[in-house]
Ligand binder design. Sequence first.
Ligand SMILES: Nc1ncnc2c1ncn2[C@@H]1O[C@H](COP(=O)(O)OP(=O)(O)OP(=O)(O)O)[C@@H](O)[C@H]1O
Ligand SMILES: Cc1ncsc1CCO
Ligand SMILES: [Mg+2]
Length: 257
Amino acid sequence: MAPSDLLTALRNQNPLVHCITNYVAMNIAANVVLAAGASPAMVHAPEEMTDFTPICGALTINIGTLSAPWLAGMTAAVAVANTHNIPWVLDPVAHFISDYRKQAAKELLALSPAIVRGNASEILALAGEAGAGKGVDSGDSVTAAQGAAKALAIQFGTVVAITGPVDYLTDGHREAAVSGGSDLMPQVTALGCSQTALMGAYVATGPAFDAALSALAHFKVAGTAAAKLAQGPGSFQMHFLDALAAAQPADLAKAIG
Ligand SMILES: Nc1ncnc2c1ncn2[C@@H]1O[C@H](COP(=O)(O)OP(=O)(O)OP(=O)(O)O)[C@@H](O)[C@H]1O
Ligand SMILES: Cc1ncsc1CCO
Ligand SMILES: [Mg+2]
């Protein structure tokens, strides 16, 4: 499906997106999903997953502020999603910073996410390569992680997105680059986490590769527009939400290629 058609479908369908994300990202990620035209719900308790996950169009999992009860909620939600063929998206935030987080990311990756999204350092480390990540921030170029993304996509039968100045997307066979946005984007925390949540909205609407491509393009188009009005990171965030809502389906193609 073309990104323009996917954005139109997303706004028509207003899919319910089950998000398990971190404390930092919860508010901005929910606002991003709403602004784009979908309906986010942040639901974490393992006890709720059998009731809630099956009624959602997609699930997104982000390990940014991981702890044992959260991991239990994540694995419970993924099990329910997989049973009901509900696509899910993995964001392995800073998984290389501790053995605990590394192991959690590895376990989740083995549970068949439809899409994996991370910054370059996260994707490099996920493929077992050394990187220069600094906590949740990338220290590597997107280009340096492309080989890792392809290898992961093939090994795990998934779609891998690397975000950065120019985003890269692959399913191991096809690949795409998405450009635009602003260097203010990495100055606003959790925009990557919010991108992951938006991928959930799109993958509830269409096939994984097309969904990830559309979500990347939607962000770049909105980021370019917001940067024209922003005076710094604070006003950028405000204009970015407005621009996500204002983006027109025909605009998305401008960011791709
Ligand atoms: N220098 C840049 N120029 C333009 N766009 C950028 C730049 N850096 C990041 N982006 C965009 O910002 C968004 C977030 O990507 P980023 O790679 O910063 O995620 P992240 O490191 O996982 O962020 P976080 O952990 O804070 O959520 C993506 O849409 C990406 O395209
Ligand atoms: C700053 C931060 N710390 C843990 S998660 C998060 C949000 C960006 O990944
Ligand atoms: Mg991140």
